[in-house]
Ligand binder design. Structure first.
Ligand SMILES: [Zn+2]
Length: 390
């Protein structure tokens, strides 16, 4: 049993001053006032908050090469991804992320990492896991559609979703729009057909999995929301009508503001003419407006950095809180990264809060983020199930 007390605590929902709490066997058993537990370890002016929950991570990604894909048939390559993913787990935990949702790894390797962490074989965050991405057909140009979950029609949609369940996925991830691309007359159109989206989500629901969609444009977002998707990722184009639909269906938005931020900051510095990075630059303002509009309309939000993608380094994942705080407030940024994210992951009351009955996953920060939100990027103490892990 360990008890702590100090000046400032964010309990997942609000700021509490002069707190104490006690953990036993990795679970918080009591939260009270500073004077309640006189022999508790005094954390002084440090700031305590729940471990950050990041709902959009690619744990097997490589920010340097921006490659999620690799040569499937080469066992040496598979081994490399497993080793890199295992190392990334540690970096992610050290950054202060104690729970993550992995949204797509080649061959579903993140599922193995999730299992390894659960068994205590490797150190890292608790993972809620999608297996492989479910993508729209590229017209079978490379003859490899099925292998890569490039679906074409409802049967393939169902099969791809069922395959994720068989692999052990907790959530499916649909890649419904391209990146920053335009075909036809809508920006980032929906490249799945509606029945394909409905079929995949129906399978997910029936099998008790959650669902998520990479969706930028209006048609994709509205179609997924009405089909019962759990969360929309990115959501660059959310107008008032789209926000109203998401609110009605209580579909979460996971904005991943870090993705274009780092693509522009680092990507353009290294490759000034890269069209993908230029595309990201052109949508940052729209993306910010869309996210703010959605949140103010009443769409629930959850933190997600898209870390693991190009230039989006694992150690920078907490920067998403800084970006969100600039649009909303520090309190909202902290809430979105803790109790609100836990709701999306069906971990309400267990993760993302410092309350009786919750897992003792918490951070001790040097400074008060209400004074300086950038302190979430500083070196910190990370506790997982009550143990100082880093
Ligand atoms: Zn992603």
């Amino acid at each position: 049993m360990n008890s702590y007390r100090g000046k400032y605590l964010f309990d997942g929902e609000k700021l509490v001053e002069n707190f104490s709490f006690t953990e036993e066997n990795g679970i918080i058993v009591n939260v009270g006032k500073y004077n309640d537990v006189p022999d508790a370890k005094d954390l002084g002016d440090s700031f305590v908050m729940p471990g950050i929950i990041d709902c959009h991570v690619h744990v097997t990604g490589n920010p340097e090469t921006d490659q999620l894909e690799f040569d499937y048939d080469n066992p040496v390559e598979t081994g490399r991804i497993v080793i890199e993913g295992t190392c990334n787990m540690k970096t992610i935990l050290k950054a202060g992320l104690t729970t993550i949702r992995d949204l797509g790894s080649t061959n579903g390797i993140a599922i193995s990492l999730r299992n390894g962490q659960k068994k205590g074989v490797i150190q890292g965050p608790h993972i809620v896991c999608a297996g492989e991405l479910i993508n729209y057909s590229k017209g079978n140009a490379n003859g490899n559609d099925k292998r890569r979950n490039y679906i074409n029609g409802v049967d393939m949609a169902r099969e791809a979703a069922r395959r994720q369940f068989a692999l052990g996925a907790d959530v499916i991830k649909l890649y419904t729009t391209g990146g920053i691309v335009t075909f036809g007359d809508e920006y980032a159109p929906c490249l799945f057909l509606e029945d394909e989206i409905r079929a995949a989500i129906q399978v997910a629901k029936r099998y008790g999995m959650m669902s998520s969609a990479h969706a930028q444009g209006k048609t994709a977002i509205i179609t997924c929301s009405n089909a019962g998707i759990s969360s929309i990722e990115h959501g660059v184009y959310i107008d008032e009508e789209t926000a109203a639909v998401m609110k009605k269906n209580q579909t979460f938005i996971v904005p991943t503001l870090s993705a274009p931020h780092f693509a522009v900051k680092e990507g353009l510095r290294k490759n000034p003419d890269d069209p993908a990075h230029k595309g990201s630059q052109s949508v940052i303002n729209t993306h910010n407006t869309s996210f703010t509009r959605a949140f103010k309309t009443g769409v629930p939000a959850a933190n997600g950095s898209d870390t693991g993608n190009g230039f989006n380094y694992f150690e920078n994942a907490p920067y998403e809180l800084v970006l969100v705080s600039k649009l909303l407030s520090v309190e909202n940024a902290l809430k979105i990264a803790t109790s609100s994210a836990a709701k999306l992951l069906r971990l309400e009351g267990k993760k993302g809060v410092i309350k009786k009955g919750a897992d003792a996953d918490f951070l001790v920060l040097r400074e008060n983020p209400f004074d300086n939100i950038e302190t979430v990027m500083d070196k910190k103490e990370v506790f997982q199930s009550g143990k100082l892990v880093i």
